[in-house]
Design a protein around this ligand. Structure first.
Ligand SMILES: [Zn+2]
Length: 306
């Protein structure tokens, strides 16, 4: 899965007092794109010395012993008069799938869409995982400029990763959205329920999934999603594994469960397909990053918790 990166590591402890060094890598996002540079050893993040105009940098995490930072608003904080950057200059073709070349201060940068980086062979798995964590934090910081209660500009807390309001003292912590991934098994026929979504550009098989509602346990979330999406009733709900999925700010929690009662599937409009597949019919997904894929493969190999 995306988080299985040993011997590489990412330590998320927040260190607001960490001093930024010239070689420390910097994440620069805009919408769904990330700025990278190309060197002799492939693609890499720019370092702080490549981005002297980046403005304030926010500490993110330690990746393999290197402190990584976020340039929160590079195009806005750029003050260099000889390079009057605007968002349009940097990202005017941001809908294109090809990396865009950007010349700044004598350096060549490449702007990549995150979804293209996922399958780029020049990016290691631990690097892509770091990108998704950084992107999750970037999105939260982007939405945390002002207090949601009184509208005042927010400040960084000095001890923990939180934004605080100097006026009304409200505190805002990073937002993580829990969701369940569900392997529905028919124990009578030894088959797994495989789905495809109607409204998403995902070309491969998936499992029933959905967000947790406020006031709901994860087990209730499982039973409700299966009922809503397929009309099936489930029992014997058992935990498998979890997965941070930062590109959409999620924490995914995987469960297996057994169908009980009628096997008649009643699709709702979210799904375009839901079918029962035997173990040897499971194909899996094109890469090994997702919890969904691991749960399908685990069932195929007969290793799911009973
Ligand atoms: Zn406030």
């Amino acid at each position: 899965m995306i988080q299985d990166i040993a011997p590489h590591f990412i330590h998320n402890t927040y260190k607001p007092q960490e001093l930024c060094r010239p070689t420390d890598p910097v994440f620069v996002f805009h919408q769904d794109r990330l700025l990278l540079m190309e060197g002799e050893e492939g693609l890499h993040l720019p370092s702080t010395k490549d981005l002297p105009f980046a403005g304030d940098l926010t500490y993110l995490f330690d990746h393999d012993g290197q402190s990584c930072y976020l340039a929160r608003s590079l195009s806005i904080t750029c003050q260099d008069p000889s390079t009057p950057m605007t968002e349009d200059m940097i990202y005017q073709k941001s809908t294109s799938s090809a990396p865009e070349e950007i010349l700044l201060e004598g350096h060549t940068f490449l702007s990549f869409r995150l979804r293209d980086l996922r399958s780029d062979p020049r990016i290691r798995k631990d690097q892509y995982f770091a990108v998704t964590i950084a992107f999750h934090l970037y999105r939260w910081y982007e939405e945390s400029h002002y207090c949601g209660r009184c509208g005042s500009p927010l400040s960084h807390d000095t001890k923990e990763r939180a934004m605080v309001c100097p006026s009304c003292k409200a505190r805002f912590y990073p937002r993580i959205m829990p969701a369940v991934i569900i392997g529905v098994i028919d124990p009578k026929t030894d088959r797994l329920l495989i789905t495809r979504y109607a409204d998403r550009p995902i070309p491969y098989d998936a499992l029933v999934a959905g967000f947790t509602e406020i006031g709901e346990t994860l087990e209730e979330n499982v039973a409700r999603e299966v009922m809503e999406e397929t009309g099936l009733t489930v029992t014997n709900i058992r935990y498998y594994k979890s997965q941070p999925w930062g590109v959409v700010s999620d924490l995914l929690v995987g469960f297996y469960c057994d169908v009980t009662g009628s096997r008649q599937i009643t699709l709702n409009k979210e799904l375009k397909k839901a079918i029962w597949l035997s173990r040897d019919e499971i194909a899996g997904q094109p890469d090994d990053l997702s919890l969904t894929n691991e749960m399908m493969i685990t069932f195929r190999e007969g290793r799911e918790p009973r």
